[in-house]
Ligand binder design. Structure first.
Ligand code: ATP
Length: 868
């Protein structure tokens, strides 16, 4: 049944058995059973077994498997078995981590899933798009994604971007009339909308005719591959680094192998030396640590109202140096109330209106008619600006729905942020009257007359000056002003050209107080070296008043209007951008220029947005942030983060989380690399000094794959470090693995190697190489475990709180238990090639293992202040 476009709306309603009240619960149930949910079939997810076997593709694991086979050939079956067991345990751990990270990312996605507005049992309700059924009556507004195919029942200038289906990027204008032709291509089915497209303008009511795989996009898409999250730049860098390091290490290992053979060492020993070196050096867990820390970090951010849609945003968050934020709803509460009106040449307080005076009543009627919002049993639906008007009418006993029945709407042009106007045509006693409300500066230039108690007269310069004076007065108190005008029209089918030659009636001024937390959040931002910038569609004076209250604006010269941006070239804007804190009367296309100008100045920019036209600026920003409550689906889709509470202070919290997460990842990686460096230096020392092998490969395997990864994850889960928000943003161009990082890794590695080698020499002095190797292994293992306390933060553990990260304690204690099981349990001793140690030897291991911890902590206590 794909010929819905040929039928009239009545026929389609009849065919699908739908009444004007929409479906009821039973209908929905039945249709759900028949057609299922509105979703595209996904390619099957990987099973746990598949994930498990993928772990064996890892480079290190392949080396180990080769080593296991060679060991078996050389008759060392015990080694082979241990290597295999450790590799299997490692693969199980890897599988669990992978599945956990995937689960948490999937639940994050579910949080950001789209919704749709439908009519059910006569009521307009919002449901997850997945729950739409065939026969639902769907409401579409600008910025909505169309989430099912449908026949248009009612269209008000509806324009839809269907590029995902037709490739055509120009929006298609839709209409209601049936098309009596065969085989009309999708792009020409003007009375249908299709899943996967989005509304760029206007609004419509649509009857759903197809869902899920039965939609046009479902037919094309076939199976939707589970879009795998792309690796973040940091993960890519680390993978790249890991690969390069592995190649270098293998070359060194081969050289050392040759050197040893040349020196006459036995082939078995030489081989074990080379394998040890490779195992010690190859950092296997780097990229997976990033995944795990990001997954846990984003969970926490979601609990704090910031949903991450693209993982790379977490890395950029920590480097943000400018936040360009909307005003209404983000910095302010978006709870508007009308405070004052201006009508008949006088300013009235909100409770001073008298409906017996015709002009005051007229203004109220206009406010309720040129208005799409409703309040129903305490539920408010629609734009807060319009809800304020409905509530204002209610105060005077006017019911918006009754009034809209009395003066029915017969034409309209919806509001959009570019025009800053909204128009309707209503029937007044048989005459068609066009009402337009919107920004005064836009409307006044299109107004020719004014209505006062004396009747309608020409609008004089004097009138204009007075209206502008009142407007300024309202605005400088932070009030948001709307102007109301009207005129008679013959044809209700109005277009943009008709929005002129008006009669002025009055102004309403509404209050939208700043959010309580905004001023504090702005202060935190500035302290953290981040510049907050307000970008708003509102009037300059209103915007400046609010910006001043919350600390964004200090000097009036820091505020400019959209129209001034238009006069500036890109270069002029770039030169000015750092001195502007408030942009008023901005259209969405100005936003993208502001973002670019900041970026060209070397900044990392966050930009908020909610409308369909904000999408390009959200994409251009380093972190595009959409509003979860008021934002359109299109804006959410273009963003990399969604705020579930629309609150500016949530952005600052998210940045703080972003900084912590990056720092934690860096610390975890430093921990892993410094431990590996300690091991490499020890092996190299022994090789160059022609000493016996300090570690058997199983020793290094034990450390690298078992006792090292849990502390690394624990470091990644280090709680929030408030001090990070007292520092400047991290320069995004500085790579994580920079010179300073390498120096610290080397020094820490040297300390670990020193402790290990002292233990090795103590062991060698007994004349028993097995004891020497056991002591070296135990010291390396224990000192690396204890070193995890060093890696928690720049500051000493006494400053950040010895017990503030309980995971580290669990990981270290578990590691110590595992080590002692290997050192003391007879059967394990054999398997892990460990000799019996006496008490003095054990004590020297403990003492030496503490050395790197003590030295580094002392250094931090004495020399480290906060600051990078
Ligand atoms: P932002 O959210 O970007 O901080 P804003 O919400 O104030 O700003 P817009 O919603 O684009 O910005 O509104 C811009 C101007 O358009 C307002 O100052 C007001 O004059 C006018 N306006 C806002 N809402 C409506 C509406 N529903 N009908 C008519 N005019 C409106």
């Amino acid at each position: 049944m794909s010929d819905f476009y040929r039928k009239s709306t009545e026929e389609v309603m009849r065919d699908l058995d739908v009444t004007e009240q929409g479906l009821n619960t039973e209908d929905v149930q039945k249709r759900r059973e028949q057609y299922g949910f509105n979703e595209l079939a996904e390619a099957r997810r990987k099973s746990a077994v598949q994930v498990f076997f993928e772990q064996f593709k890892d480079f290190l694991v392949i080396i180990l498997l080769v080593a296991a086979v060679i060991s078996a050939f050389l008759g060392k079956f015990e080694s082979t078995i241990v290597i295999l067991i450790v590799v299997i345990i490692n693969a199980i751990l890897g599988t669990v981590q992978h599945i956990k990270a995937e689960q948490s990312l999937r639940s994050l996605k579910a949080l950001a899933s789209p919704t749709a507005k439908v009519l059910r049992k006569g009521h307009r309700t919002e449901i997850p798009s997945r729950e739409i059924v065939v026969g639902d009556i769907l409401f579409l507004d600008a910025g909505d994604y169309v989430s099912a195919d449908g026949r248009i029942l009612e269209s008000h200038s509806l324009q839809v971007n269907e590029s995902s289906l037709t490739g055509e990027s120009v929006s298609a204008l839709k209409s209601v009339e049936a098309i009596d032709e065969d085989d009309v291509p999708i792009g020409d089915r003007k009375n249908m909308v299709f899943s996967g497209s989005f509304v760029t303008y206007g609004r419509a009511v649509v009857l759903v005719t197809g869902i899920g795989m039965n939609t046009e996009i479902g037919k094309i898409a076939g199976l939707l591959g589970t879009a795998r999250e792309k690796k973040t730049p940091l993960q890519e860098n680390l993978d790249d680094f890991g690969k390069k390091l592995a190649i270098v290490i293998i070359i060194i290992a081969i050289i050392i192998f040759g050197l040893d053979l040349f020196r006459g060492r036995e082939i078995v020993d030489s081989f074990m030396f080379a394998v040890s070196l490779a195992v010690a050096a190859i950092p296997e867990a780097l990229s997976s640590i990033v995944t795990i820390v990001l997954a846990f970090g984003t969970q926490r951010m979601a609990r704090e109202n910031a949903i991450i849609r693209r993982l790379y945003a977490v890395e950029s968050l920590g480097s943000i140096s400018v936040i360009c934020s909307d005003k209404t709803g983000t910095l302010t509460q978006n709870k508007m109330t009308v405070q004052k009106v201006f009508v008949n040449n006088q300013v009235l307080d909100q409770n001073e209106l008298n409906l017996d005076r015709p002009l005051e009543k007229k203004l109220l009627l206009m406010a309720l008619l040129c208005n799409d919002s409703i309040t129903e049993e305490k539920k408010e639906m629609g734009d807060p600006t319009e809800i304020a008007l409905v509530n204002f009418g209610e105060k005077y006993g006017l019911d918006e729905l009754a009034i809209r029945d009395d003066y029915p709407r017969i034409g309209e042009i919806p509001f959009d942020a570019d025009r800053k106007l909204m128009s309707t045509v209503n029937k007044f006693n048989g005459e068609s009257v066009m009402i337009t409300k919107g920004a005064l500066d836009v409307l006044l230039t299109r107004t020719v007359k004014i209505e006062t108690a004396e009747g309608v007269t020409e609008l004089t310069e004097e009138h204009k000056r007075e209206i502008e004076r009142v407007n300024r007065d309202f605005s400088s108190n932070g009030l948001r002003v709307l102007a109301f005008t009207y005129k008679g029209v013959k044809d209700p089918d109005i277009s943009f050209e008709d929005e002129t030659n008006y009669i002025f009636v009055g102004l309403t001024a509404m209050m939208d107080p700043p959010r309580e937390e905004s001023a504090e959040a702005v202060k935190n931002c500035i302290e953290a070296g981040i510049k907050p910038v307000m970008i708003t569609g509102d009037h300059r004076i209103t915007a400046s008043a609010i910006a001043r209250q919350i600390g964004i604006l200090r000097n009036e010269s820091e505020a400019i209007e959209g129209i001034e941006i238009e006069k500036l070239t890109d270069e002029e804007l770039r030169n000015k951008v750092e001195n502007i804190s408030v942009y008023a009367r901005v259209s969405p296309e100005h936003k993208i220029r502001i973002v670019r100008a900041w970026q060209e100045k070397g900044n990392v920019v966050a930009m908020t947005g909610d409308g369909v036209n904000d999408a390009p600026a959200l994409k251009q920003a380093d972190v595009g942030i959409a509003m979860g409550i008021t934002g359109t689906e299109v804006a959410k889709d273009a963003s990399s983060m969604v705020l579930t509470d629309d609150n500016f202070s949530t952005i600052v919290k998210a940045i703080s989380n972003g900084r912590s997460i990056y720092e934690n990842i860096k610390n975890a990686i430093r921990f892993l690399l410094s431990g590996n460096t300690g091991a490499i230096l020890s092996v190299l020392y022994a090789s160059l000094g022609a000493l016996p092998v300090p570690f058997a490969p199983v020793h290094l395997l034990f450390i690298n794959l078992l006792t090292d990864s849990l502390p690394a994850i624990a470091i990644g889960l280090e709680p929030h470090n408030e001090k990070l928000m007292k520092e400047k943003p991290r320069d995004i161009r500085t790579p994580l693995l920079n010179k300073a990082f390498a120096i610290r890794v080397t020094i820490e590695g040297l300390l670990i190697a020193a402790a290990t080698l002292i233990a090795f020499h103590i062991g060698l002095s007994t004349g028993d190489t097995a004891i020497a190797s056991t002591m070296a292994f135990a010291t390396l293992c224990l000192s690396r475990l204890l070193h995890s306390f060093n890696a928690r933060a720049k500051e000493s553990i006494f400053k950040i709180g010895l017990f503030s990260n309980k995971y580290i304690w669990y990981a270290v204690i578990l590691g110590i238990i595992l080590l002692h099981l290997v050192l003391l349990l007879e059967p394990l001793m054999d398997v892990f090639e460990v000799a019996v140690l006496n008490r003095a030897q054990l004590l020297s291991i403990y003492g030496l293992s503490l050395m790197p911890l003590v030295v580094i902590q002392l250094y931090k206590l004495l020399f480290v202040r906060s600051g990078r």
